[in-house]
Ligand binder design. Structure first.
Ligand code: SF4
Length: 349
């Protein structure tokens, strides 16, 4: 592919057309790491394309977001945890980090740059909780400001990101998808904080504070986000090269009559997880009709090399296994197990 001579940022801006770039936020940056193999998402995010609007124009509007009830519940839980100078939060975090019951100074930074810098780079006088820090992340050469709803816990010259979430921990277990999403988001803050405070001063263990069981009593859990940090950093560095993925003449301008054709020029890697993480999910799912991508990454990888669901079913039904003898054997075994379990003796298939 021949690339134009323009610098990448200019190329990506021209791909966006007349539309203004969208602002990234922690959720959208965290979602970058949800499907790191997708070129389409990398290009759209690097160019600052409004994916919500693009999906609507393609006839597949996004349908996710929090309910008013969930937002109210989250706010109430956060206010409860931070009540009284966040003394209960300091105690919980201190105990979880093995520091014993801690008394920490609480400071609301109110999303101010200077206050955040002073808190992160200044000399610490004992343990502290810094609420509403202002952080930043570089995305494809552009500085994105984050005003996160997290607290930074500082003790002994080191910081921990503390994320307060309203999903419950029941009998020591929480919804795995919600924990994974919270870990990806916390990894964004950990990365941004490391950029500001310096390597070695920010722990890769974040403290997740959630309601315990069916009461609203908070409990703290440590989550190691090293893996999420690695994926995020690789994805951020990939976005700086996103211009290399754009074929000549492609445009995502809202007025482009051939928007669907141009979007389809950039390879996607649909997986069911996209439904909770990307505005284009309904479009990409429709596009992936008949493909093993629709069945999820595990199945897709198990039947790697076979193009579509029909071909997989034909192989399971006894079709020619040429080129895929091991997959054919696996599929036929799975089919025989299914029949044994689901189809009563002498019954119809
Ligand atoms: S929905 Fe489409 S564009 Fe978004 S991450 Fe999934 S495959 Fe990529």
């Amino acid at each position: 592919m021949t690339l134009p001579a323009d610098p990448p940022a200019d190329l990506l801006a021209s791909v966006r057309g007349d539309a203004a770039p969208v602002d990234h936020n922690a959720r959208s940056i965290a979602a970058l790491a949800a499907n790191p193999g997708c070129d389409r998402r990398a290009v759209l995010d690097a160019a600052g394309v409004d994916k919500d609007r693009t999906a609507a124009r393609l006839g597949f509007p996004a349908r996710f977001g929090q309910s008013t009830f969930a937002i109210t519940r989250a706010r109430a839980f956060e206010a409860q945890v931070k009540a009284g100078g966040a003394a209960e939060l300091a105690r919980l975090v201190g105990e979880r980090l093995g520091l014993g019951p801690v008394t920490a100074r609480y400071e609301d930074l109110r999303g101010a740059d200077a206050a955040t810098r002073a808190a992160v780079t200044g000399d610490a006088a004992g343990p502290a909780l810094h609420d509403h820090p202002l952080l930043g992340v570089e995305i494809a050469g552009q500085r994105v400001t984050l005003d996160p709803d997290v607290v930074l816990f500082a003790a002994g010259g080191r910081f921990h990101v503390v994320a307060i979430k309203s999903f419950p921990v029941i009998d020591g277990q929480a919804d795995g998808r919600k924990v994974a999403a919270a870990a990806r988001e916390a990894a964004v803050y950990t990365h941004a904080l490391t950029e500001l405070a310096g390597t070695g001063r920010v722990s890769h263990e974040v403290v997740l504070v959630c309601p315990e069981n069916f009461a609203n009593r908070p409990t703290a859990t440590l989550v190691d986000v090293r893996k999420q940090l690695g994926v995020l950093r690789r994805q951020l560095s990939r976005l700086t090269r996103a211009a290399d993925l754009v074929p000549e003449g492609v445009s995502f301008d809202p007025g482009n009559e051939h928007l669907e054709r141009d979007i389809a020029c950039i390879g996607a890697r649909y997986a069911p997880e996209c439904m909770a993480a990307c505005e284009l999910a309904f479009f990409c799912r429709h596009e992936a009709h008949g493909s093993t991508d629709r069945l999820g990454r595990t199945v897709r990888d198990e039947v790697g090399g076979i193009a579509g669901i029909e071909a997989v079913l034909a192989l399971a039904d006894g079709g020619d296994p040429a080129g895929h003898p091991e997959i054919a054997e696996l599929l036929r075994f799975a089919r025989s197990v299914r029949e044994e379990i689901l189809i009563p003796a002498g019954g119809d298939r």
